[in-house]
Design a protein around this ligand. Structure first.
Ligand code: PMP
Length: 362
């Protein structure tokens, strides 16, 4: 379809055209039911099949071990910033946070409302141009957990490997890189992610939790904020965001038919290499914001030496069908978000546009 934009939005973000078309085909009449999936009871067999299939696909694609549960919650990753410590940061303990940028700061801010926190490491001294070095991450023996932000969406940094936290559970906010690369889930206690970047539309939040960690939540917590409520009820304690989960299911099928997470990771590598190479070969016209050791395969942040040129870059890119290239106001400059569903062709077009822009303005 020729009228699709080169969509580099940071989230909600591009979805595969095939997924949108499939949803379109089933929109009015889901599998002959005479109604859309949105109009069905969440207790119906047809909906439950979609719900369970999405969970099973996640288990398969992300190789989630049997002692973990897959939950579909609401309230975004931002709700997990508070729900996590409410459940795991029990009396007399502290939670350790590795501070890598904007989103890690938001996570620790919420945890502080619930209990004691410790800074396990911080890359603030490097202007958040990298993630903290793994060797710098302190793991206090009695910590309730160590929290990392696996990909910082605004700064464009990503952990290339994860810290070994021994018997202390490692928790990761993977909102902006879930299913973009293979991960050894058994190294984590909890993984959470809003769906709207790599998994589907907004409205559903994925939580992958090691079953035993949900056992110690304080009795005073309201039902909806307890992980064990959602575990016991297979994420059907109340009405789930059924349409968003249906879209996630279609997206997961697309990932599987694209060759699974290994193939997606290779594609992401190839896509981002085109843009990073353009930056690195520009003789200083473009400069990357993230240091090469921590460059993200999801959010490419870069600058042009002159702010007026950055504005012109955004304006001209929009005229040529590119969307979402203006950087976040906290970092400035430019950002291209290249999540799973962004096609190689969009990155090829961007690399070409960048080279042309430099030729005209360099
Ligand atoms: N964590 C990260 C890394 C994010 O990128 C975002 C959203 N941009 C959030 C958390 C917040 O997610 P939500 O909007 O789903 O609450």
């Amino acid at each position: 379809m020729s009228n699709r934009a080169y969509n580099f939005n940071a989230g909600p973000a591009a979805l595969p055209l095939e997924v949108l078309q499939q949803a379109q085909e089933q929109f009015v009449d889901f599998n002959g039911a005479g109604m859309s999936i949105m109009e069905m009871s969440h207790r119906s067999a047809a909906y439950e099949q979609v719900h369970n299939e999405a969970q099973a696909l996640l288990r398969e694609l992300f190789a989630i071990p049997d002692n973990y549960r897959v939950l579909f919650l609401q309230g975004g990753a931002s709700t997990q910033f508070g729900m996590l410590p409410m459940n795991l940061l029990t009396a007399g303990r502290a939670a350790a946070y590795a501070i890598s940028g904007n989103w890690a700061n938001k996570a620790v801010k919420e945890a502080k409302l619930i209990g004691e926190t410790i800074v396990a490491a911080s890359s603030e001294g490097d202007g958040y141009r990298r993630t903290p070095a793994l060797t710098d991450i302190i793991v206090p023996e009695h910590a309730a957990y160590v929290h990392i932000t696996s990909n910082e969406t605004i700064e464009g940094t990503q952990y290339q490997a994860f810290p070994d936290t021994g018997s202390v559970p490692l928790v990761a906010d993977m909102s902006s890189d879930i299913l973009s690369r293979p991960v050894d889930v058994s190294k984590f206690g909890v993984i959470y992610a809003g769906a709207q970047k790599n998994l589907g539309p907004s409205g559903v939040t994925l939580v992958i939790i090691r079953e035993d960690l949900a056992a110690e939540s304080p009795k005073s917590l309201p039902s909806m904020l307890r992980y064990d409520t959602h575990i016991k009820n297979n994420s059907l304690y109340n009405t789930p965001p059924s349409f968003a989960i249906y879209m996630v299911n279609l997206m997961l099928k697309w990932i599987r038919s694209s060759g699974g997470v290994d193939a997606i990771a290779q594609a992401n590598q190839a896509k981002t290499a085109l843009v990073y190479d353009t930056i690195d070969n520009s003789g200083g016209f473009y400069t990357g914001f993230a240091l090469p050791v921590s460059r993200s395969r999801m959010n490419i942040t870069f600058r042009i030496h002159n702010e007026e040129l950055e504005k012109l870059f955004v304006k001209e890119s929009e005229q040529q069908g590119f969307v979402g290239l203006k950087g976040h106001r906290d970092v400035g400059g430019l950002r291209a978000s290249t999540y799973n569903a962004v096609p190689l062709e969009s990155c090829q077009a961007l690399a070409q546009f960048m080279a042309d822009f430099q030729r005209r303005n360099g």
